[in-house]
Design a protein around this ligand. Structure first.
Ligand code: DX5
Ligand code: ZN
Length: 220
């Protein structure tokens, strides 16, 4: 098991003060900043586009973890590859998953395949060599603050099995809290995305530390 990484999601932060939000979680020891890109089509909401991702990249030294919830990511993907470290593409969003993953890697970022709750891990089996990590959605994509889907523990385990000896890091995204972080890690998750449970707390930097402590209790 690699080191557990905590990725606070800016979706739950104050959008008028994102630089401060990133600084606060950086103080708390966050490993990545999770950025939810939504286009109003793959999911109903709209959030950040390429200019915002570029601005965020300049405003922090932490690695950016871009979660693309957009239709046809192949059309705009290159505009997000601006020195970011992790990029995940939904398997449900494109007929060209392989090509997208190749392009992410060619830009020097870690390429991830993201799975909606209704999508089986086997949807990634043909692109395993092109993957650097897998993002398991533990809520339906599109909004923060939803309850964690209990079926996600088995899904995390199944993804770990599918990746076999490659032991691809699994990122769990949605509804992660102090209460379920250890179970996520015990199931095999290594990257924990946390929106509401970090930025919904009065002191986000402390919240990051507490989630890390809780997650550590699940590590074997
Ligand atoms: C949902 C997003 C998540 C979300 C998580 O579509 O992908 O990253 O921000 O927020 P919480 O932790 O509040 O479920
Ligand atoms: Zn996300």
């Amino acid at each position: 098991m690699n080191r557990i990484r905590i990725a606070p999601s800016l979706l739950a932060a104050d959008f008028t003060r994102l630089a401060e939000a990133m600084a606060a979680v950086g103080e708390g020891g966050a490993d990545l900043i999770h950025v939810d890109v939504m286009d109003g089509r793959f999911v109903p909401s709209m959030t950040f586009g390429p200019p915002m991702v570029e601005a965020l990249r300049k405003a922090t030294d932490l690695p950016l973890d871009i979660h693309l919830m957009i239709e046809r990511p192949e059309d705009t993907l290159d505009r997000y590859l601006v020195g970011v470290q992790f990029v995940s593409v939904h398997v449900e969003s494109t007929a060209h998953l392989h090509r997208c993953l190749e392009r992410i890697r060619r830009a020097g970022a870690h390429a991830g395949g993201a799975l909606n709750p209704g999508t089986p891990p086997s949807a990634l089996s043909a692109v395993l060599p092109e993957l650097d990590h897998v993002l398991v959605m533990s809520v339906n994509p599109g909004a923060g603050g939803q309850p964690f889907l209990e079926s996600s523990y088995d899904k995390i385990r199944a993804v770990r099995e599918l990746s076999g000896s490659r032991r691809l890091p699994v990122e769990v995204d949605g509804g992660v809290t102090l209460q379920n972080a250890a179970r996520c890690v015990a199931a095999g998750a290594e990257i924990l995305v946390a929106g509401t449970s970090v930025f919904g707390e009065p002191r986000p930097s402390e919240a990051v530390q507490k989630i890390r402590e809780a997650a550590g209790r699940g590590a074997s």
